[in-house]
Design a protein around this ligand. Structure first.
Ligand SMILES: NC(=O)c1ccc[n+]([C@@H]2O[C@H](COP(=O)([O-])OP(=O)(O)OC[C@H]3O[C@@H](n4cnc5c(N)ncnc54)[C@H](OP(=O)(O)O)[C@@H]3O)[C@@H](O)[C@H]2O)c1
Length: 290
């Protein structure tokens, strides 16, 4: 039995679907009972647990061969990351109590970055789970191609993608969430001791120009990149309602300045096979369906 958190999201859903397709038993760990029916219909066990509740999580993780941990995203954390620390504390306690045979934790490129930034939340998770005495794999994927969801409306309606990744021709390690979920499912079924790190990026690196090109191809209209100047970010993020934009700004700096990067520029990273064009096609199709 494999317990999968974040199962109602993109990566967790793919992890579970891939395990089920390979004949494995899955326990769907979710916080909202209203979302359980689809997974129950697929033959999953269902456990209701919030990532901030160690007791619920320990029950959900009990008697399992493997647990997949998906830390919730927080783009606007309070200074010092108290929200992430609460999740880390409760997840750590739950794993120590339930002692599954092994754990795969979704982390990120940049979990080893030399400067504080949004991804420090995952550095802290890796530190905590490294000390629990269980076999733990930290899966560190690159930037999700699905982040381009934010650009669908402007690409379609204005022919513009506004990019925080810059310069426009700099290629970044990106990967489709389908590839992330599939690799996580495969890792859960492997046997290892201690902690290990697995890095993942897509088949080729992707620049902002490549994103615009992919949108142009899918939408059948010209799409250009507009670089969002660094000086405007803080005002822009605050206008969008963020209270503490600095960690997000530093994360973007890290990608643009190159200090958020795989240690060997991705040479030893696992390579997913989903091309950018497939992801953009699905995002555009999804926007038409809604
Ligand atoms: N975006 C990137 O470029 C990138 C790159 C590398 C790594 N990552 C990592 O990828 C993860 C996000 O994955 P995703 O895109 O698959 O996420 P997603 O689609 O946004 O799904 C998030 C999942 O987490 C669940 N969740 C959120 N808060 C919870 C809580 N308090 N208790 C229980 N469940 C909770 C959600 O459940 P509900 O349905 O109930 O909301 C949902 O199932 C983050 O850990 C992020 O750091 C992202």
């Amino acid at each position: 039995m494999y317990a999968i958190t974040g199962i109602t999201g993109k990566v967790g859903g793919e992890v579970a679907s891939h395990l089920i397709a390979n004949g494995q038993s899955v326990r769907a760990v979710l916080r909202d009972r209203a979302k359980a029916a689809d997974w129950a219909a697929k033959g999953c066990d269902v456990a209701i647990a919030d990532m901030e509740n160690a007791e619920q999580l320990a029950a959900a993780f009990s008697s399992t061969e493997g647990v997949f941990i998906l830390p919730p995203s927080d783009f606007d954390p309070e200074p010092g990351y108290p929200e992430a620390k609460r999740v880390i504390d409760q997840v750590t306690r739950a794993l120590m109590a339930a002692r599954p045979q092994r754990v795969v934790c979704l982390s990120t490129i940049g979990a080893d970055a030399p400067h504080d930034n949004l991804l420090t939340q995952r550095t802290l998770m890796e530190q905590s789970l490294s000390a629990i005495g269980l076999p733990v794999t930290f899966l560190r994927p690159g930037w999700f191609m699905e982040n381009a969801l934010w650009d669908v409306a402007s690409a379609r309606d204005e022919g513009v993608v506004r990019s925080f990744l810059q310069p426009a021709d700099k290629a970044f390690p990106m990967v489709a969430t389908k590839d992330v979920g599939r690799l996580a499912a495969d890792l859960l079924r492997q046997h290892w001791t201690g902690t290990r790190i697995v890095e993942l990026e897509g088949p080729v690196r992707v620049s902002a120009d490549d994103l615009a090109q992919a949108f142009a191809e899918v939408l059948g209209r010209p799409v250009r990149i507009e670089i969002v100047s660094r000086e405007s970010w803080e005002g822009l993020f605050r206008a969008q309602g963020m209270k503490n934009p600095q960690p997000r700004i530093r994360m973007l700096d890290g990608f643009n300045e190159g200090w958020i990067e795989f240690p060997d520029q991705g040479r030893s990273a696992v390579k997913g096979d989903t091309p950018l064009l497939d992801v953009i096609t699905a995002l555009v199709a999804g926007s038409r369906a809604t």
